[in-house]
Design a protein around this ligand. Structure first.
Ligand SMILES: Nc1ncnc2c1ncn2[C@@H]1O[C@H](COP(=O)(O)OP(=O)(O)OP(=O)(O)O)[C@@H](O)[C@H]1O
Length: 319
């Protein structure tokens, strides 16, 4: 049985008064309990999308539905939590007091002790909130986002400014929260973070959705694999370039790198033709390469050709 989606964007568009179209006909939905990473280069429209999802900005066109209602509905707002990029600290309050104050805005808040513990604020709970370090302020913003024990959590670049240890701890916490059935949408510039945490990745560029799939699907579809080997003295570059499925052959002395979307087929052909190669290795492109390929392949030069007759834009499904 398919559960009702928790987040629905239908043809969502945001054009700023200066003419900038930050979000361009964006449509997708998110199932309950999933952890979705929204990726895209700087200025792709991620924060504007989150801001419309939270009801903080009005779309120029299209609709948003959160938990079946409007994000501006008080009932819905009580069930969502958000950690935005610029979170201000409450002046004059200690960490514990500020988090507790926030809890009182909600009818079913999370227990204060638990909140401080899972946000990693136990040790600094008696410090003044404004005196926290950058990474600690992010953790405090996380605690405030969780204060109402939300069903849906939006995290806009949650680990920016955190050190490696804090980031790892944060990931573990996010996983625990997801295990409790919460739906989480995060934006990040750390591709490793998306790879580790997300069960679905949405890539946006210039306000449009250009790919949608699991991290593994993303890597498989857009990250080319490569075959590396040492070529025998008689083997010529032309022989390799002409093999079916080979996209590129790069020679470094007699060491050769062949890139292909179907490395199995290329290896089979090499063996079948009894080509003189040895020390064969296969390398898989990572999420970073997949991301680069997707973004580069979706540039604005081919924009007009992607507009179909109804005026909507087509996206590339990785799945
Ligand atoms: N208030 C505004 N008025 C005009 N243009 C804006 C406004 N806010 C954002 N933009 C522009 O809209 C585009 C999308 O911005 P947005 O902040 O949503 O991108 P982003 O993907 O979150 O970027 P980043 O990764 O750098 O945070 C950018 O070109 C930005 O300059």
């Amino acid at each position: 049985m398919n559960a009702k989606p928790v987040i629905v964007l239908d043809d969502l568009t945001k054009q700023y008064p200066n003419g900038k179209c930050a979000v361009d006909h964006l449509s997708f939905s998110v199932e309950p309990g999933s952890l979705v990473a929204l990726l895209g280069p700087n200025g792709a429209g991620k924060s504007t999308t989150i801001s419309m999802l939270l009801g903080l900005q009005q779309p120029t066109r299209g609709k948003v539905k959160l938990l079946g209602g409007s994000p501006r509905d008080a009932k819905v707002r009580g069930k969502i939590g958000a950690m935005l990029q610029d979170s201000e600290m409450v002046p004059g309050l200690k960490v514990r007091e500020a988090v507790d104050l926030f809890r009182h805005y909600y009818s079913h808040p999370m227990d204060l002790g638990r909140l401080l513990r899972i946000a990693g604020l136990d040790e600094v709970q008696n410090k003044m909130a404004i005196s926290l370090s950058g990474g600690q302020k992010r953790r405090m913003a996380f605690a405030l986002a969780l204060a109402g024990d939300p069903e849906v959590l939006f995290l806009d670049e949650p680990t920016a400014g955190m050190d490696v240890m804090s980031r790892q701890m944060f990931w573990d916490t996010v996983r625990t929260i997801q295990d409790q059935g919460k739906t989480i949408m995060l934006t990040t510039h750390y591709l490793e973070e998306a790879d580790q945490l997300a069960d679905r990745i949405l890539v946006v560029n210039e306000g449009r959705l250009i790919a949608d799939g699991s991290p593994a699907e993303m890597k498989q579809a857009a990250g080319r694999k490569s075959i590396h080997f040492t070529a025998g003295p008689e083997l010529q570059p032309r022989q390799l370039e002409q093999l079916p499925g080979v996209q590129e052959a790069v020679w470094n002395g007699r060491r050769v790198k062949l890139t292909s979307l179907d490395t199995d087929r290329v290896i089979f052909t090499i063996v079948h033709m009894n080509l003189d190669v040895r020390d064969i290795e296969i390398q898989t492109g990572g999420l970073e390469e997949a991301f680069r390929n997707l973004v580069q392949g979706s540039g604005s030069t081919d924009r007009a050709s992607e507009t179909n007759k109804t005026g909507t834009k087509e996206k590339r499904h990785v799945v």
